[in-house]
Design a protein around this ligand. Structure first.
Ligand SMILES: NC(=O)C1=CN([C@@H]2O[C@H](COP(=O)(O)OP(=O)(O)OC[C@H]3O[C@@H](n4cnc5c(N)ncnc54)[C@H](OP(=O)(O)O)[C@@H]3O)[C@@H](O)[C@H]2O)C=CC1
Ligand SMILES: CC(=O)C(=O)O
Ligand SMILES: [Mg+2]
Length: 591
């Protein structure tokens, strides 16, 4: 088919397209609808008030069959829906039945994404009411697989993509986003997506997933949440050679080019949304993550979830575990496999907490915390060649090459995996730590499940049922010697939604370490005797909105105490206030 059209939307020539692919429409459209586009530019006008057909396609307002008779009359919906009127509860029941029928987690993920794009409130109703069941679907582990396959499951764009092509125009790009009053941004550059490495632009699944938890678990309005992916290229050869890859097909920009783009982004965010928008850095590689946090923590409201959120959740787990393993935090010796963002972030917050408890300087309290990286135990003789964030952990010790030898040398009471490498807590390692401790605390934090340092089954079996175990991605309960063990989930999802809510409701303008300690303390306080009896060191996710309100209240209280809160006067009852601010997914009635 010959075409006289010169340009298409993305600036490419129509001649680039497979001519057989242009089925119908265009200038040969028999209805003549597109004739006007033949030689002239057109404006893509759209309605600003949704009604009728467009209302059914507006996910923020659509209620599907739950529109009442009155609403159907008032909003031009007659005939656009079948006659039946159903409640939101019935819609939820039907959708849960549908989702449960899918065998593959990725099918469930896609079903949930489609629901989010179709009917946002119903999506959140499902997620809130069925949090234990759906968290592994919209979050780890399934979100990892979704990111790996994002190019092929991608239907509609979610969130904002800011690539090197937008350099010099980032403020304009932000203005393209339809919502104005943004409270939380989760941003990634896709270089370290969970323990799956560089997924480039396909990392978008992470900010989208994290923000859906901000709403479902923390009650931040969906319209106040903005997922962003910064695309500076990827070093993932598979993606670079994938014809369906959705990102920039070039190797990652680094150095000045990278930092200039990031700086333009940070400046534009503040200019567009003001001082009080929380920017959560997520899944950046550690060579940028620490630097970005250090650079912007004094000028912006920034929070690195992998460094700080993870630290807060693991500290909470360690504190609550004391009920089961005994002693004070200061009595314990910690050994980490993995000395990156998560590992050193957690180590530093534990050292800070012990320092506050014992009044010993933090340089002293660090000495009972040891880390192993890919080259072995971090020791003083390696100091000169270490990345800056590892240097504080380079204690005096002879070199030790591997984890098993480190366990034998250091004799830890707590073993934490933050390496991103699966099955690294081998039988020998778990037996060795179990030989030293009556009740070893073992946390296998790496995500998704494939990267977990060990499974729950392995931890309980190899420790002969003595381990107190928690993991980054969920594991099912496991029966060993006639006893059922319920593994806990040690994931920053316990912290960031409530933490963010606390920041938002207090109008905090900076994040302070003491706010992370407050969040941690609030989470640890939520573990009940009933939870402890099952060997759990975290409360179940079923109560997460209540927990998030309590975390938010403690974080907000700390922000007020530190003079960082701008929402004045301070509400007297911060828990009640936090609860009153939380988004509800119940349908609204339209006039
Ligand atoms: N549960 C949760 O809430 C969270 C879990 N995580 C998970 O933690 C993992 C790590 O994340 P993050 O800290 O940001 O990643 P980083 O890349 O910053 O750190 C990884 C660390 O692991 C070390 N490492 C890699 N391979 C090995 C190995 N075979 N043996 C010993 N050490 C090894 C690296 O060593 P070297 O420095 O020598 O390269 C590095 O120190 C990821 O899987 C992520 O999903 C992260 C945040 C939160
Ligand atoms: C949980 C999380 O933030 C991570 O695995 O990166
Ligand atoms: Mg992360």
């Amino acid at each position: 088919m010959e075409s006289t059209l010169k340009e298409i939307g993305d600036g490419g020539s129509v001649l680039d397209l497979d001519p057989k692919g242009t089925v119908g429409g265009g200038v040969e459209d028999i209805y003549g609808e597109d004739c006007a586009t033949e030689e002239q530019l057109v404006t893509p006008w759209t309605f600003s008030v949704a009604s009728g057909y467009s209302l059914l396609r507006d996910p923020h307002h659509n209620k599907g069959l739950a529109f009442t008779e009155k609403e159907r009359d008032a909003h031009y919906l007659r005939g656009l829906l079948p006659p039946s009127i159903v409640t939101q509860q019935l819609q939820e029941k039907k959708l849960m039945q549908n989702i449960r029928q899918y065998q593959l987690p990725l099918q469930k993920f896609i079903a949930m994404m489609e629901l989010q794009e179709r009917n946002e409130r119903l999506f959140y109703k499902l997620l809130i009411d069925n949090v234990e069941e759906l968290l592994p679907v919209v979050y780890t582990p399934t979100v990892g697989e979704a990111c790996q396959k994002y190019g092929s499951i991608f239907r509609r764009p979610q969130g904002l993509y800011i690539s090197l092509k937008e350099k010099g125009k980032i403020l304009e790009v932000l203005k393209n986003w339809p919502q104005r009053s943004i409270q939380v941004i989760v941003v990634t550059d896709g270089e370290r997506i969970l323990g799956l490495g560089d997924l480039g632009c396909q990392g978008m699944g992470i900010p989208v997933g994290k923000l859906s938890l901000y709403t479902a678990l923390g009650g931040v309005r969906p319209s106040a949440c903005l997922p962003i992916t910064i695309d500076v290229g990827t070093n993932n050869e598979k993606l670079l050679n994938d014809e369906f890859y959705i990102g920039l097909k070039q190797r990652r920009a680094t150095g000045e080019e990278y930092y200039e783009l990031l700086h333009e982004f940070m400046t534009a965010v503040k200019q567009n949304y003001g001082e009080k928008v929380l920017i959560q850095f997520e899944d950046f590689a550690n060579h940028n993550a620490f630097e970005l946090l250090a650079k912007y923590r004094t000028t912006h409201l920034v929070f690195n979830d992998d460094i700080q959120g993870t630290a807060s959740v693991v500290l909470a787990g360690a504190v609550s575990a004391l009920k089961l393993i005994g002693g004070t935090l200061a009595d314990h010796t910690f050994l980490f496999l993995g000395a990156g963002e998560a590992g050193t972030g957690i180590a530093e917050l534990i050292a800070l907490e012990v320092s506050k408890q014992t009044k010993a300087p933090v340089e002293e309290t660090r000495k009972k915390i040891w880390l192993v990286d890919s080259k072995g135990l971090i020791v003083h003789s390696r100091k000169d060649s270490l990345q800056h964030f590892k240097k504080p952990w380079a204690h005096e010790h002879e070199p030790v090459k591997d984890l098993l030898s480190a366990v034998k040398a250091i004799k830890p009471t707590v073993l934490i995996g933050s390496s991103g490498v699966g099955r690294t807590f081998t039988k020998e390692v778990i037996e060795a730590v179990s030989a030293i401790n009556e009740k070893p605390l073992i946390m296998a934090l790496s995500n998704p499940t494939s990267q977990s340092e060990c499974t729950a089954e392995e931890a309980y079996t190899w420790s002969e049922g003595r381990a107190i175990f928690a993991s980054g991605s969920p594991f099912d309960p496991f029966e060993y010697n006639g006893k059922t063990f319920v593994p806990g989930q040690s994931n920053n999802a316990y912290i960031f939604p409530g933490f963010g809510l606390g920041v938002v409701i207090s109008g905090a303008i900076r994040v302070h370490d003491d706010m992370l300690l407050a969040a941690s303390e609030a989470l640890a306080a939520e573990v009940s005797d009933e939870n402890y009896e099952k060997g759990l060191i975290y409360p179940p996710f079923t109560n997460i909105r209540k927990i998030s309100a309590n975390i938010a209240a403690k974080v907000a209280a700390k922000a007020y105490e530190l003079g960082l809160a701008t929402r004045l006067p301070r509400p007297a009852d911060l828990v009640k206030y936090a609860e009153s601010c939380m988004y509800s997914p119940i349908y609204r009635t339209y006039r």
